[in-house]
Design a protein around this ligand. Structure first.
Ligand code: NAP
Length: 266
């Protein structure tokens, strides 16, 4: 599609930016769906983030941005308003510039993750879920799972204080979900790695797959490698696995909707 003076300009803010795959994925979707928008990569050092974001907000055809490593936790303080889930996760991965120049932040990691499960016919309502991690992605996943009406959520994180603080924020929104900070993954229908463990070959496992009940579904946020050591071990036990690419693919659709203003603010 030709870029013209009418084209909505979007950016991805990252540092480094060379490894990101969102520009090619989203620009291909814009072309396929005849959306007059373009997403360009911007390598933004942390020290320049505020200056660049405030500057972009001053441009009337700047429609918004995708935010990734290392800016996801710094951006909430730079937005004028946040979705409830971004406030609960204390993390933002998409920004929309509103007509008055203000910036609205949201996080779509949780929606992408839960839709990725639903697309392979996994029902979440009533389930007991174990989640490793309490960072940005895991917090957003915890929020989205709770919105889907799960029965119980056990959160295990290296820094226990972060798991406990997340549970306090979630409990204020979802009084019917049983939350616990604990490390034993036994007794759950679904067990999720929401940490960055598994990206590097030397990483340990986020939880012990041998402790899971037979019948537990094991899901990942890590996309590369596709089959992480956790998924390999789960498969060896005969458990069903769900790799991280489902989350990314589902999230692209959510990003397209959000960045082109087709979604209501929550
Ligand atoms: N598939 C997708 O579409 C998708 C989307 C977003 C993110 N992701 C993946 O999700 C992962 C997490 O992203 P994020 O934004 O949530 O990062 P983050 O906010 O930095 O959180 C990292 C999490 O991993 C834990 N962790 C890191 N190193 C650890 C270690 N050595 N031992 C134990 N726990 C460790 C952290 O524990 P502490 O709190 O104790 O530090 C925290 O819970 C990334 O690897 C990213 O690739 C995937």
């Amino acid at each position: 599609m030709m870029i013209t003076g009418h084209t909505k300009t979007l950016a991805i803010l990252a540092d480094p930016v060379t490894h990101v795959r969102t520009p090619q994925a989203l620009n291909a979707r814009f072309a396929a769906e005849s959306v007059d928008a373009v997403l360009v990569p911007l390598e933004v050092p942390p020290a320049a983030l505020e200056f660049i974001l405030k500057g972009l907000a001053g441009a009337r055809n700047f429609a918004g941005a995708v935010v990734t490593v290392p800016h996801k936790t710094a951006v909430p303080a730079l937005c004028d308003a946040l979705s409830a889930r971004a406030a609960a996760a204390q993390s933002v991965n998409v920004i929309r510039r509103k007509a008055d120049g203000s910036l609205y932040g949201d996080i779509l990691d949780g929606e992408g993750f839960t839709r990725g499960l639903e697309q392979v016919d996994v029902t979440l309502s009533g389930k007991r879920v174990f989640l490793a991690g309490a960072g940005g992605a895991a917090s957003a996943i915890a929020f989205a799972l709770s919105e889907r009406g799960i029965k119980a959520l056990t959160i295990a994180n290296r820094s226990i204080d972060k798991a406990e603080a997340l549970i306090t924020r979630l409990a204020a929104h979802f009084p019917d979900v049983e939350f616990a900070a604990a490390t034993n993954p036994a007794g759950h229908d679904i067990a999720i790695n929401g940490t960055s463990l598994g990206l590097k070959p030397e990483d340990g496992l986020p939880f012990d797959p041998d402790a899971l009940d037979l019948g537990t579904l094991v899901a990942e946020v890590i996309m590369q490698p596709v089959i992480t050591p956790l998924l390999r071990a789960a498969e060896a036990r005969g458990l069903t696995i769900h790799p991280g690419h489902h989350m990314l693919e589902a999230q692209l659709t959510e990003m397209l909707r959000f960045l082109t203003h087709e979604e209501e603010e929550k």
